[in-house]
Write a protein of this length. Structure first.
Length: 95
């Protein structure tokens, strides 16, 4: 099980994985169809997205945005936001 979004630093501390705050439009595709999203932050392990009628926790997805085209899984859901853990294979260089 992925640990994306789970904090394991002291209260008031910094996350171990650096995140980049962005606001980039994109789309998330799942078996249920495609939805427009905004990618709110991204790290090398995952992203936080925001949109309407997004896939539920546990659903496999493809996230597409400017410079981002990666498979992953929804690991948490809160209102219109979702946490996406990228597949570990996505981190490996091709070749």
């Amino acid at each position: 099980m992925s640990r994306f979004g789970e904090r394991n630093d002291p209260i008031g501390g910094c996350r171990k994985i650096a995140r980049q705050s962005i606001s980039t439009p994109g789309s998330v595709l799942s078996i249920d169809g495609s939805r427009s999203i905004v990618v709110e932050d991204v790290s090398r392990h995952g992203a936080r997205i925001c949109g309407h009628h997004l896939p539920v926790t546990g659903r496999r997805v493809l996230v597409r945005a400017d410079g981002l085209d990666v498979l992953g899984c929804v690991v948490w859901a809160r209102f219109r936001q979702r946490g996406i853990a990228f597949d570990t294979d996505a981190e490996k260089p091709a070749g």
